[in-house]
Design a protein around this ligand. Structure first.
Ligand SMILES: Cc1cc2nc3c(=O)[nH]c(=O)nc-3n(C[C@H](O)[C@H](O)[C@H](O)COP(=O)(O)O)c2cc1C
Length: 215
């Protein structure tokens, strides 16, 4: 009889211990999910928003990952930032390079604001927003204007980065400033073919620039 009671108590204790361990693990997962919504870097919450295209691009052939996307992911990796990819609702951009340049030129001349998919969750929580884009006709692609005009950037730090094939940022930092009225920091311009084909070199450029900015 005594043995029966002892075994029953032991069983209850074991089941209880397993239950406690399990619920602690679940707690950890919830925490991890909460942290991944807005990551923290030295107390600063960082967002990396970018627009980038795949398909045929200048100097790199047919690419599966956009040049700017590659740099955007490096920045997010190094700063612990969250990524928001700026994508248009109606994607009519041609996959061929020449056709894309013509399409983009018309879009720019018409000063269009193509609608973009989705919204950044909890935008107000972010202190620093990196904004990335390919240099298109010495300017930002029009969907980037749509994005910048969709949020209140007052009191925030905005840091532009672009990929290009010779023109650098083409003064787009000024346009970012005009639209956001934020504190706009020194941008990074990096050749698209370097981003695509020389990752180590690109990685070093990104790291050096981030260090200069205090990250
Ligand atoms: C529509 C269009 C216009 C472009 N205009 C310029 C330009 O004015 N100056 C420049 O240096 N590169 C220009 N490029 C090259 C892109 O900036 C470069 O290939 C970039 O890395 C593409 O990035 P993505 O793969 O992220 O879209 C242009 C490319 C396209 C498609």
């Amino acid at each position: 009889m005594k043995l029966k009671i002892f075994v029953t108590v032991l069983l209850v204790v074991c089941v209880g211990a397993i239950f406690l361990l399990k619920s602690n693990n679940n707690g950890g997962n919830v925490m991890a999910a909460a942290e991944s919504t807005t990551k923290v870097n030295g107390g600063k919450k960082v967002l990396v928003a970018y627009f980038s295209r795949t398909g045929e691009q200048y100097n790199v052939g047919n690419i599966k990952e956009g040049n700017t996307a590659i740099i955007g992911k490096m920045i997010a990796d190094k700063t612990g930032g969250n990524i928001f990819e700026i994508k248009v609702e109606k994607d009519n951009y041609p996959k061929g390079y020449t056709a894309l340049t013509e399409y983009a030129q018309k879009e720019k001349r018409a000063n269009e604001r193509p609608a973009i998919i989705g919204k950044v969750d909890n935008f107000a929580d972010y202190d620093t927003i990196f904004i990335g884009y390919p240099n298109w006709w010495a300017d930002m692609p029009m969907p980037v204007y749509t994005f910048l005009e969709s949020y209140d950037f007052s009191g925030k730090t905005v840091i532009p980065f672009c990929t290009h094939e010779g023109s650098g940022l083409s003064g787009t930092e000024r346009n970012v400033k005009t639209v956001t009225k934020a504190d706009v920091k020194k941008g990074l311009a990096i050749y698209g073919h370097i981003a695509q084909n020389s990752r180590t070199e690109a990685d070093k450029k990104v790291s050096d620039w981030l260090k200069e900015l205090g990250f």
